[in-house]
Design a protein around this ligand. Structure first.
Ligand code: AGP
Length: 611
């Protein structure tokens, strides 16, 4: 995600833009920049936070009544001054900011380079901008029409703001898949990724829809579709306060990020999984496919929630690729004297890409000849940079300390990798491959449907908020989800919780079972179903309270469990992406019931960059 701000009107644009960017930094903070129009185009941009830019350009001529600003969450091209937005076109007359991913930018760039265009950044945004300029030149049309033509030829997601030195009062804006709000003032207009940059100036806003294009002047807002047909802007009145808006109307970032998962999983699959063609395109894997094909062993290295993703990846890779996998806690791996064989592949999984234990573990492994593959959320982070190859999870900034959307993004990447490598190695039949591709493609919609039952989870959470302890049990692909559920409850509600393989209970932990002990089973319909029913009966026989995550249509477990959460049917390999959602919601609502600051739980930090 990135933060986008624009202004055109009688006021000084710069103060409005820079303050608006600070309010949008929760959307991304890799780099930032502003473009102002006043007797020519002035662009100031740099890597780092908004305050860094503000400090650097203090004292410069920032007078202007029109401008655009951007705070970046890197997707293409690591955080740097040259990759910061706004970008300027080859002629130097156009400036543009963009939030989204242009999937077919490489092909467009190749064509522009063949026409003599040169690029100063690695971004897809600069390609789109020069594509628009090239169309305007070649077709001798105005900027609005050139933008419309270009947008009909790109695939992916975008919200763009575009200004032209030769038209110093107009901002052209368009969106598809990334949000855009236009604030309507008296003789002025404000633009933003959400309403936070404009809230203090106006509460009259227009939410621009996909495939719409806006021509915004101080006293005029024209809205059109890409067919050049005018649309009457629908003005609504905001009734939110600023803090609420930064959280998208949710009470906490954690809840917002749980509910973002249908779109963040889609962003992760976008440009990679093509269910129609049955293809998975992952350049990081393609570039290392020989290593994966020949690997005698894969070592997964991670911490915390990312370690749970690694554990699930062990089940996936061994099942689908028949490659032996070892899962290591990074903090243990780095201090042991591990045996690293040449050709071993280490998959490092990390949301932040800065976790010290994981970083040092892979630095040491790399010294011993291992190939490092990073599955990371923050583009250009240390782990991403040290890796020989990788795949980003594209979950956007995760602000809540508890990892939720980044975790399902990790699972999506790891599932695509296992499917791709399994197919490449021939260890996965065409039929099974196709089945699983379609299952994975259906996940965003199933998560969307599943989130509708959040209120039911809230009621159950309030019922168990006073528990002193809890057990989380699962088998097979659901065992890592049981561990993740236990971690979520611990870190968000401070209730002691432990995750176990369900069959492990009889080897000691079942001594813990009493009428006061809630036991959460991840018991979806899979190849372990009959066995986990026996495990549930073992708990019931000792009067334990049973909460079960089950598959819609299950008629057996509801007769045994005290409370159930339903998830849509899914193949056991893919179902963990669904069964984790009730776990996330359960921990959130128990934490809320207990009055915990769920976005900043005690003793925790978002990124553990110390040993
Ligand atoms: C997850 O909810 C925790 N906040 C924590 O365990 C986290 O997963 C762990 O610190 C690893 O962080 P990383 O993914 O950024 O490496």
């Amino acid at each position: 995600m990135c933060g986008i701000v624009g202004y055109t009107g009688p006021k000084e644009a710069y103060p409005i833009i820079i303050k608006g960017l600070k309010r949008l930094e929760y959307r991304g903070y890799d780099s930032t920049g502003v473009a102002l129009l006043n007797h020519g185009l002035k662009v100031y941009k740099k890597k780092g936070r908004v305050a860094d830019l503000e400090h650097e350009i203090m004292g410069k001529d920032l007078h202007a009544n029109i401008g655009i600003g951007h705070t970046r969450w890197a997707t293409h091209g690591e955080p740097s001054d040259k990759n910061a937005h706004p970008h300027t076109s080859a002629s130097g007359k156009l400036a543009m900011i963009h939030n989204g991913i242009i999937e077919n930018y490489a092909l467009i760039k190749k064509d522009l380079v063949s026409k003599g265009y040169r690029f100063t950044s690695e971004t897809d945004t600069e390609v789109l901008l020069n594509f628009i300029e090239d169309i305007r030149t070649k077709n001798k049309c105005d900027l609005e029409e050139a933008t419309r033509i270009a947008l009909k030829r790109i695939t992916g997601a975008y919200c763009i703001l575009l200004i032209d030195e030769d038209d110093p009062e107009t901002i052209i804006a368009a969106r598809k898949g990334s949000p855009l709000v236009i604030g309507v003032g008296k003789g002025e207009h404000f633009l933003g990724s959400d309403a936070s940059p404009m809230l203090e100036y106006t509460k009259e806003v227009v939410y621009v829809n996909d495939y719409e294009l806006a021509i915004v002047k101080p006293d005029q807002l024209i809205l059109k579709n890409l067919g050049n047909e005018k649309i009457t802007p629908y003005v609504t009145k905001l009734d939110m306060d600023l803090a609420a808006i930064e959280k998208g109307g949710y009470e906490h970032f954690m809840l917002k990020e749980i509910f973002e998962q249908p779109s963040t999983i889609l962003d992760c699959l976008r440009g990679r999984l093509d269910a129609g063609k049955g293809t998975i395109t992952m350049s990081g894997v393609d570039d290392n496919i020989q290593h994966f094909r020949d690997a005698q062993r894969i070592i997964m290295v991670a911490c915390g929630t990312s370690w749970h993703a690694a554990l699930l990846a062990e089940y996936l890779f061994e099942e689908l690729c028949r490659i032996p996998v070892e899962v290591e806690y990074a903090s243990e791996f780095r201090y042991r004297n591990p045996i690293i064989n040449k050709g071993d592949i280490i998959i490092a999984i990390s949301q932040s890409g800065e976790t010290a234990d994981t970083l040092v573990a892979i630095e040491k492994a790399k010294e011993q000849g291992a190939i490092i593959f990073g599955v990371v959320n923050v583009v250009g982070s240390s782990i991403a940079r040290i890796s020989d190859g990788g795949a980003y999870t594209h979950a956007g900034p995760e602000i809540g300390v508890a990892s939720t959307k980044a975790f399902t993004g990790q699972l999506a990447v790891l599932m695509m990798m296992a499917l791709k490598i399994g197919k490449e190695k021939g260890t996965l039949s065409e039929k099974r491959y196709t089945e699983l591709i379609l299952e994975l493609d259906a996940i965003p919609e199933k998560v969307q449907a599943l989130l509708k039952s959040a209120e039911k989870v809230k009621a159950i959470a309030e019922k168990y908020q006073h528990a002193g302890d809890a057990l989380y049990l699962g088998r097979g692909f659901n065992f890592p989800i049981a561990l993740e559920g236990a971690l979520k409850l611990k870190e968000i509600s401070y209730i002691h919780a432990e995750g176990y393989p369900a069959a492990e209970m009889k080897h000691g932990p079942i001594a813990l079972v009493t009428e006061q002990l809630p036991v959460v089973f991840v018991a979806t319909k899979d190849s372990y179903y009959e066995k986990i029913i026996s495990n549930i009966q073992e708990i019931k026989a000792r009067k334990g309270k049973v909460i079960a995550v089950i598959t819609e249509g299950d008629e057996i477990i509801p007769t045994l469990a005290d409370d159930v959460f339903y998830i849509p049917p899914a193949d056991e390999v893919i179902a963990p992406m669904l069964s984790v959602i009730p776990m996330q919601l359960l921990s959130y609502y128990v934490g809320i019931a207990k009055g915990v600051d769920v976005d900043k739980p005690r003793n925790l930090a978002k990124s553990v960059t110390v040993e």
